[in-house]
Design a protein around this ligand. Structure first.
Ligand code: HQG
Length: 183
């Protein structure tokens, strides 16, 4: 069987972006049948149900939510799903790791969703650095005045795996220190 990471990446792909790649259907809330997913993973990777349960349980970011007989990705979708998350009160500051080369546009139009359903924000600098460093080039960690945004009416959600989600971060809530992290 390929590595857990390979299987997990395929699970993220089909549960967030392209369910048709596995012949799966997601319901409007992003759920799909766990046994059907297992059958797909068995056929494609030789992964047993037990393997899939381990991959779900040990996923470092807890990317998958298994509830009864159904499973979904906790966040990160590009396809339209309503995760039915409840609005949550964010901490004073949240963080976003991005490429320094994008700062010009981000400081002009703010953080926008790109291909995903929400802008993703991290609760701490370390997590934001990991997110930023997934891509080549210098990383800058942006600080987001999240509590001020919430006071001014913007709605935040906390995903099942601890990622803060918001529709847009206008530039006036962004700041950064010149300290950068290079990958
Ligand atoms: C940037 C991982 C141009 C943004 C992580 C980012 C996260 C803009 C990229 C999750 C922009 C979008 C998401 C603007 C933002 N103009 N670029 N106005 N506003 N950007 O992958 O936050 O491992 O969609 O800074 O942990 O990097 O998949 O978002 O660089 O939670 O579970 O556009 O992916 O989770 O990239 O990462 P993404 P992200 P998983």
């Amino acid at each position: 069987m390929p590595s857990d990471t390979t299987v997990s990446k395929f699970m993220s792909l089909v549960l967030r972006h392209e369910p048709q790649q596995a012949g799966l259907q997601l319901d409007e809330n992003g759920w799909t049948d766990f046994e059907i997913l297992c059958a797909v993973l068995e056929k494609r990777f030789g992964a047993s149900r037990k393997d899939v349960l381990r991959i779900v349980a040990e996923n470092p970011k807890k990317r998958f939510t298994l509830e009864g007989s159904r499973i979904r990705a906790a966040q990160g979708h590009s396809i339209e799903v309503d995760l039915k998350l409840t609005p949550a009160q964010p901490p004073e500051t949240l963080y976003h790791g991005t490429k320094t080369s994008l700062l010009g546009i981000i400081l002009t139009e703010g953080l926008t969703r790109q291909s995903r359903q929400h802008v993703h924000l991290s609760p701490d600098i370390e997590t934001a650095a990991i997110v930023g460093n997934r891509r080549k080039g210098e990383t800058t960690i942006l600080k987001i005045a999240a509590q001020r945004m919430a006071f001014e009416g913007m709605v935040f959600y906390l995903s099942e795996n601890g990622v803060w989600l918001v529709d847009h971060v206008p530039p006036q809530y962004l700041s950064y220190e010149n300290e950068t992290v290079t990958s």
